[in-house]
Design a protein around this ligand. Structure first.
Ligand code: ZN
Length: 500
C-alpha cells in the first residue's frame, strides 16, 4: 500500500481523535458537568473544533487526495480503501468550499442564537430572536452560495443527507402528505384510545432497569456503551468501542423513557455495528441523518410499537409495575402506545401524525430560503399550516415556531427532512428484512431480535459511511427509495387498530 495512503490514514486518525475528544466534552457538558464549567467548556470545545477543521482543510491533505486518484481507481468501488479516498475527498471539498471567515461567523452566530432562544422560548418572545433568525437566513444563503446547486436548499440538505435534493425530497413529501392527511382525519374522527394508565407514577430506577433489559435483548452492548440521564436524550460516540446513549425519565409517565431508550439504542446499534476496520476514519460513522433515523425508528416503532413486541413484554412490564398495570390487558396497552392524536409538539407525536410536523417545517425552510416567506411572517405561517394539516393551532409561539432548537442552531435549511426520510426508509428496510427472514415477527414474539439485528448489521450497519443513503437503500432492498412500504405499513397497522 502506498505511502500516501498511509499518510492519509495517519492524518485522518488524528482529526478523528480531536473530534472524539470534543464529543466527550460535549457528552460531559450534557450529563455531569457542574454549571460553573460552562464558560470554559464552550471555549475548549471551540478550540478542538477549530483544530480539527484546520487539519482537515490543510492543503497537504488535498495534495494527498490528488496523489491517490490512481490508487483509488485501481481498487473496487465498494472496497474500504477506495471508499475511504472517495468519501474523504467529498468531505474535503465540502469543507474547503466555505471561506474560513464564513465558518467562524456561522459558529459565533450559532452560539448567540442558541443562547437567545433558551430565553426567548420560555418567555414566548419571538421578537427577541427575529433579527437573529434573519441573520441566520442570510448566512445560510451565503453558505449555500459556496456550492454549485440547482436549489438554494440543496447544499444545506446535502450536509445532512448527502445525495438528496430539495426537489426529490419535496416530491416524496407531497406524495406522502396526500396519503397521510386523510388517514389522520379518519382516525382522529374516532374516539381516542385510552392511555391514562400510562400516566401513573413509576419509580425512576424501575423505569431505567426495564428499558435496559429491553435494549440488551435488542443487542445493545453495554461493554461498548453506557446510558446516562440528560434533559434531551441523544446518542454519541467516542470510538466504535464506546457508543453511549442518554435518556430522561418522567416519574409520571411509564413509557416515555422506554421509547426514548429504544430510539437512542437504535442509533447506537447502528454505530456499534460498524466494521471495526473503519474505526478512526470518515467511514466509521452512520452515513446520513435519514439512514440514522431509519434505525432509531425501526427499533422504537416498527419493533417497539409492534403487537409481537408487546406480546412478549406486556407480562414483563406488568411484573415490573404491578400496581400501575396489573389490570391493563395486552390489547389496551398496545392501543395506548399507538394512540394517534392531533398534537402540537413534534417530539411527542405518534407515528401517523409525526411526518406532518416534519414536512411543514421542511416546506417553511424552503419558502424562507426561496424568499417567498419573510422571517417576520414565520409565526403566522406556522399556525396556518398546523391548522391546515393537523387541524389545531398553538396558543402561542412557545409551542409554535419556537418549539424546536434546530432553527436556532445557526442554519436554516436541511434540518428536518432526515426525520421523515428515516421513517420512509425504515419501512423499506424492514420489508426487505422480512422478505429475507419471514420468521422475524415470530422471534420478536419470543423476545428474540438476533435475526433482525444480524440482517441490519450485514446490510446496513457494517458499511458505516461507505455508501450514500441512496446506494444503501438500493443495495439492501434492490429498489430506489419509495414511500409505498411505509404507507402500506401505516395502513395495515392503523387500519387494524382503528378498523378503518
Ligand atoms: Zn433520532
Amino acid at each position: 500500500m502506498s505511502d500516501a495512503f498511509q499518510e492519509l490514514k495517519r492524518r485522518l486518525l488524528e482529526i478523528n481523535d480531536l473530534g472524539a475528544a470534543n464529543a466527550l466534552l460535549s457528552w460531559d457538558q450534557a450529563t455531569y458537568m457542574p454549571p460553573g464549567g460552562g464558560e470554559a467548556r464552550g471555549r475548549q470545545m471551540a478550540t478542538l473544533a477549530r483544530l480539527g477543521h484546520e487539519r482537515f482543510t490543510d492543503p497537504a491533505l488535498g495534495k494527498l487526495l490528488d496523489e491517490l486518484r490512481a490508487f483509488e481507481a485501481s481498487q473496487p468501488y465498494d472496497s474500504d480503501d477506495a471508499s475511504l479516498v472517495r468519501i474523504t475527498r467529498r468531505e474535503y471539498e465540502r469543507a474547503t468550499c466555505v471561506p474560513v471567515d464564513l465558518v467562524s461567523e456561522l459558529n459565533e452566530h450559532q452560539a448567540a442564537t442558541y443562547r437567545a432562544w433558551t430565553e426567548a422560548r420560555p418567555a414566548n418572545d419571538f421578537a427577541r430572536v427575529r433579527p437573529l433568525l434573519e441573520k441566520t437566513l442570510e448566512l445560510s444563503r451565503r453558505l449555500a452560495e459556496c456550492f454549485p446547486h440547482e436549489h438554494v436548499a440543496d447544499p444545506l440538505i446535502e450536509a445532512a443527507d448527502h445525495g438528496m435534493k430539495a426537489e426529490t425530497v419535496r416530491k416524496l413529501f407531497v406524495e406522502l402528505r396526500a396519503k397521510l392527511v386523510p388517514i389522520v382525519k379518519t382516525i382522529t374522527d374516532r374516539p381516542a384510545a385510552d392511555d391514562s394508565f400510562l400516566r401513573r407514577q413509576a419509580a425512576e430506577a424501575d423505569q431505567l432497569a426495564f428499558g435496559r433489559s429491553v435494549i440488551e435483548r435488542f443487542g445493545y452492548d453495554f461493554e461498548r456503551g453506557r446510558q446516562d440521564k440528560t434533559h434531551h436524550p441523544f446518542m454519541t460516540k467516542f470510538s466504535l468501542g464506546d457508543v453511549r446513549i442518554t435518556t430522561r425519565v418522567r416519574d409520571d409517565d411509564l413509557t416515555d423513557a422506554l421509547f426514548s431508550t429504544m430510539h437512542e439504542a437504535g442509533h447506537a446499534l447502528y454505530e456499534q455495528g460498524i466494521d471495526r476496520r473503519l474505526e478512526g476514519t470518515p467511514l466509521g460513522g452512520g452515513t446520513s441523518a435519514g439512514v440514522h433515523e431509519s434505525q432509531s425508528r425501526t427499533w422504537e416503532n416498527l419493533v417497539g410499537r409492534s403487537r409481537e413486541f408487546w406480546e412478549f413484554f406486556h407480562p414483563r412490564l406488568q411484573a415490573a409495575f404491578p400496581e400501575q398495570l396489573g389490570r391493563v390487558s395486552l390489547d389496551a396497552l398496545y392501543r395506548a402506545v399507538n394512540k394517534v392524536q392531533r398534537s402540537l409538539i413534534r417530539t411527542d407525536a405518534d407515528e401517523v401524525t409525526y411526518n406532518l410536523h416534519v414536512m411543514l417545517r421542511f416546506d417553511l425552510e424552503l419558502e424562507l430560503l426561496e424568499g417567498k416567506l419573510a422571517v417576520k411572517e414565520l409565526p403566522e405561517a406556522w399556525h396556518a399550516r398546523y391548522q391546515a394539516d393537523l387541524g389545531i393551532r398553538a396558543p402561542d409561539d412557545r409551542d409554535g415556531v419556537l418549539q424546536d432548537v434546530h432553527w436556532f442552531g445557526g442554519r436554516m435549511g436541511g434540518n428536518f427532512q432526515g426525520y421523515t426520510l428515516g421513517n420512509v426508509m425504515s419501512a423499506q428496510f424492514y420489508q426487505a428484512a422480512l422478505a429475507a427472514h419471514p420468521g422475524i415477527p415470530g422471534e420478536i414474539r419470543q423476545g428474540r431480535f438476533a435475526t433482525l439485528h444480524g440482517w441490519l448489521k450485514s446490510q446496513l450497519y457494517r458499511h458505516g459511511s461507505k455508501f450514500t443513503a441512496a446506494e444503501i437503500v438500493e443495495r439492501a432492498t434492490g429498489k430506489p427509495l419509495t414511500i409505498e412500504p411505509y404507507v402500506q405499513y401505516l395502513k395495515r397497522k392503523y387500519g387494524e387498530l382503528y378498523t378503518l
